[in-house]
Design a binder for this molecule. Structure first.
Ligand code: FES
Length: 106
């Protein structure tokens, strides 16, 4: 199973394993990672799963779709590296993925 690393705004590191086909949000939620509330349950309707994906990994995840772009407008501190974790499906190619959590979600 792929390993995903979550790094909180205060640099606390959580490494978890994730199921193929689940989302990065699912991996966080299932492991009680602080800062991922996932209020909408992964329906791309809350932006409480906002994460930053390092540039090297950005090319390995699917591009943002229109709905994700719209929801990110509601998130704080959005950058070019911002993604909604519920919109990123786990694949073998994401083994080792590192994501950072925004300070606004602590
Ligand atoms: Fe609500 Fe991702 S869990 S937008």
């Amino acid at each position: 199973m792929p390993k995903i690393t979550f790094i909180t705004h205060d640099e606390t590191v959580y490494e978890v394993t994730a199921d193929i086909g689940a989302s990065v949000m699912d991996a966080a939620f299932d492991n009680s990672i602080p800062g991922i509330d996932a209020d909408c349950g992964g329906q791309c309707a809350c932006a409480t799963c906002h994460v930053f994906i390092d540039g090297d990994w950005a090319a390995k995840v699917p591009a943002r779709e229109e709905m994700e772009e719209s929801m990110l407008e509601l998130a704080e501190g959005v950058t070019e590296f911002s993604r909604l974790a519920c919109q990123i499906p786990i694949t073998d190619a994401l083994d080792g993925l590192k994501v950072q959590l925004p300070e606004a979600q602590h």
